[in-house]
Design a protein around this ligand. Sequence first.
Ligand SMILES: Cc1ncc(C[n+]2csc(CCOP(=O)(O)OP(=O)(O)O)c2C)c(N)n1
Ligand SMILES: [Mg+2]
Length: 404
Amino acid sequence: MSKESFDDHAEVCENGFSPSRRGFLKAAAAAGAAISLSNTLAYGAGESGYWAKDLPDEKLIDMFSTILRIRWHERTMADKMLTDPTYRGYNHFYAGQEAVATGVCAALRNSGPFDQIDLVYSTHRPTGHALAKGVDMKLMAAENDFRATGLNGGYAAEMHLSDPSVGFIGADGMIGPGPVIATGSAFAFRARGSDQVVVNFGGDGTYATPHFHSALNNAALLKLPFIYVVENNLYHQYAHYSFSVPMKDIATAAEPYGIPSVVVDGQDVMQVYSAAKVAVDRARAGEGATLIEAKTYRYYNHWGAPGAKPGELGAFGYDPLAISSFRPEREVRAWMQRDPVDICRNTLINWEVIDQAKADEIEATVKQEVLDAFAWAAEQPLCNPEDGLKNVFVDGVVEARQFG
Ligand SMILES: Cc1ncc(C[n+]2csc(CCOP(=O)(O)OP(=O)(O)O)c2C)c(N)n1
Ligand SMILES: [Mg+2]
C-alpha cells in the first residue's frame, strides 16, 4: 500500500474512530487502486469462470444442486427455529454465501480413503461447508437437533460438527485458531509426500487474529499445500470489517508472505471454482499455498433467525442481539439482487446445460430431500445430556508418543 493511500485511510479513521462505511469504502478503494497486484493469481487468461467452462455437464449440475441443497437446508432450519418451539437446533446461517463453499469443494477430492481425500477446516458458520464437502444432510440435521443418531451422537451440534469420512475435519466455535491447526495437517501431508490439500475457511473476522498471520507465515516458509479461503461477508458479528482490517482487500495480506492471492466474486460459483482449481493444482504440484478472498454476504443476521419471517429468505431490520441496527436493510436487499442461486442457474441456462424446466425440477427434488432429512431427524431419539462428557476425555492413562 502506498504511503498516500495509507494516509487516506488513517484520515478517515481520525474523523472519529468509527469510520462510516461509505468513508471507509471510499478510502479503501483508493488504497486498493494503489496496491500492486503483481502477486495476484493468474487464472485462465484473466477470464473469471474460465476453468468451470471445461467441466462436464453432470459436474455443473451437481454444483447447482449443492447450492440449492445448502440454500434450502438453511431456509428450512431457519423456519424451524421460528415456528417449532420443540426444535432445539440453532445455526449461524450460511444463506447468501453458498457459492463459496460449493465452488471451493467442487475443486477438492471429497471421497475415497482418508489418506487420499482433501481436508476442510470450517468455522462457527459450518453447515454450508459441511454439505458442500459431502456430509450427509440427514445425519447433520439430526446432529443439529441433538439427536443420538446424529452425525456426532448429538453432542456436537452446529458449532462442533465433524465428519472425517469426507474430509470435513470440522466446525470450530473459536475465531482464529483453525488455520494454525489446518497448516499442521498440511505439514503432515508434505512430510508424508502425499498430494492431499488442506482448505481453511475463515471469515473477515479472522484477519485481525495472530493465527491468520501465523498460518500464512508457516504456509509460506514450509511451502505447504494449504489454501486459506477468506469469506469476506463484510461483517463480524455486528461490526463492519473496516473496524479491524486496514485495507479493502484482505487478499493483499498474502503479499508480504510471498503467497499468491486472488479476489473473487463469491456470489458466482464459476469464479470461485476456477480460482480454487488453480490453487488446488498448485498445492498438489508442491508449489505451495494460496489465499482466496471471496466477496460475499450473509442474508440472515449473525446468529439464528432474528428479524426473519417464516417462509421468507433473509432477515431484515433490527437484530435484538445487536447493540444497534448494524447493517442497512437496503444493503441486504442489494446483495440479494446478486443471488448465488440465480447466478448459477442463469449461467447453466446460458451455457445450455439445463433449461428453466430442468432447473425447476432439480430445485423441487432438492426441496423434498431437505424436508425428508428434517422429518427423519425429528423422529430420532435424543442424546442423553448426562453423557455429554463421555467422548471428551480418554479413560485411563495415555502414554506419551514420539514418532521417529
Ligand atoms: C476467540 C473468539 N472470540 C470471539 C468469539 C465470538 N464470535 C463469534 S463469531 C464472531 C465474528 C466472526 O466474524 P467472521 O470471522 O467475519 O465470520 P462471519 O460470522 O462473518 O461468518 C465472533 C467475534 C469467538 N467465537 N471466538
Ligand atoms: Mg464476516
